[in-house]
Design a protein around this ligand. Structure first.
Ligand SMILES: Cc1cc2nc3c(=O)[nH]c(=O)nc-3n(C[C@H](O)[C@H](O)[C@H](O)COP(=O)(O)O)c2cc1C
Length: 306
């Protein structure tokens, strides 16, 4: 049972999405478990903690002794293996990018549609897609539901811990009205698509997921978490937690919006994040958490259950 999550305070410098090497090391140290913490329901862990503490101490002393016996150049090599040389690290969202093309999306509907209650009552994971291009208004509406800006200060349709917004949406278009096949980034600030890769994902899907749904859907979203972005506020473990939780909110928004529009969709965690990262060309601090195929429902499927 681990202790309370250490609260990592913001550093002296203002939050700009980048962290230096020393501060990063401090964050990692701050994640060590407090060995004095005893969960009130588990008093027997007290003696276990003592034994574990002695074990850890012996392990660390042994490690230090072993390390001291290694020649200095080899020590430097080992340290640089775990601590990258560069002072600054960044996620995909923080890098300067140019797009091959920018496509303005139509204004989303902010008022109409099915009631939230009805969408909740009818929501299902739907895996059978009609062979029909996704219309531009429907694509626009889905992207807005996932990450659209809805307030002057930049608030979005999905909540975000401390307004950090670690989510990036990549949009793989196989067949959509007025949008050429390609992989785009959704740009919430301007409600546009920015073209990154021309052409369909095609056979590259086979490496990303063994499931057929993205290959059958006209559009598939990659919901990407920039897991380093919240680290300065939340520490490494907390950053993962808030990034993953945010992706859950985004997924439910997509489900409910799809239901209201009569579309088929599902969130798919069954993917290989390393392959997805390699395909998208994102950084080691980015993680694709879901794939979200979107399309029209195949006529014969009534409630989407497999
Ligand atoms: C985190 C998560 C990961 C999921 N991954 C997959 C997946 O890889 N493939 C799939 O077909 N469905 C996936 N699903 C959908 C679930 O199978 C589905 O939600 C479940 O069967 C309940 O059905 P319902 O969504 O229609 O209520 C996932 C759902 C969640 C929440």
């Amino acid at each position: 049972m681990c202790g309370e999550m250490p609260v990592v305070r913001k550093s002296g410098k203002s939050y700009d999405g980048y962290i230096g090497r020393a501060y990063r090391a401090q964050l990692l140290r701050s994640l060590s478990i407090d060995s004095n913490y005893i969960h009130p329901m588990e008093p027997q862990t007290q003696s276990n903690s003592l034994l574990v503490g002695i074990g850890v101490l012996l392990f660390v002393l042994g490690g230090l002794l072993g390390f001291a016996l290694i020649p200095a150049p080899a020590q430097e090599q080992m340290v640089s293996d775990v601590m990258p040389e560069q002072e600054e690290v960044s996620t995909y969202a923080e890098q300067e990018r140019t797009y091959l093309e920018r496509i303005a999306l139509p204004e989303p509907d902010r008022l109409g549609g099915m009631s939230v209650t009805q969408a909740l009552a009818e929501r299902r994971s739907r895996r059978e897609f009609a062979e029909e291009s996704l219309s531009l208004p429907h694509l626009s509406q889905m992207l807005w539901a996932a990450q659209g800006i809805t307030s002057e200060r930049g608030g979005r349709t999905a909540p975000s811990a401390r307004d950090i917004y670690p989510t990036t949406l990549f949009v793989a278009v196989a067949s959509a009205e007025e949008v050429a096949p390609g992989v785009y980034e959704y740009l919430p600030e301007t409600h546009e698509l920015g073209l990154l890769i021309e052409g369909e994902v095609g056979d590259a899907w086979n490496a990303i997921t063994p499931q057929p749904h993205p290959q059958n859907a006209p559009v598939t979203l990659f919901v990407n978490g920039n897991v380093l972005k919240p680290v300065e506020r939340y520490g490494t473990e907390g950053a993962r937690r808030v990034t993953y939780l945010e992706a859950g909110h985004v997924g439910q928004n997509l489900y409910l919006q799809a239901e209201a529009l009569g579309l088929a969709t599902l969130t798919m965690g069954g993917l290989d994040p390393a392959e997805a990262r390699a395909f998208l060309g994102t950084t080691q601090y980015d993680e694709v958490l879901y794939l979200v195929p979107i399309g029209y429902r195949a006529a014969e499927v009534v409630d989407g259950e497999e």
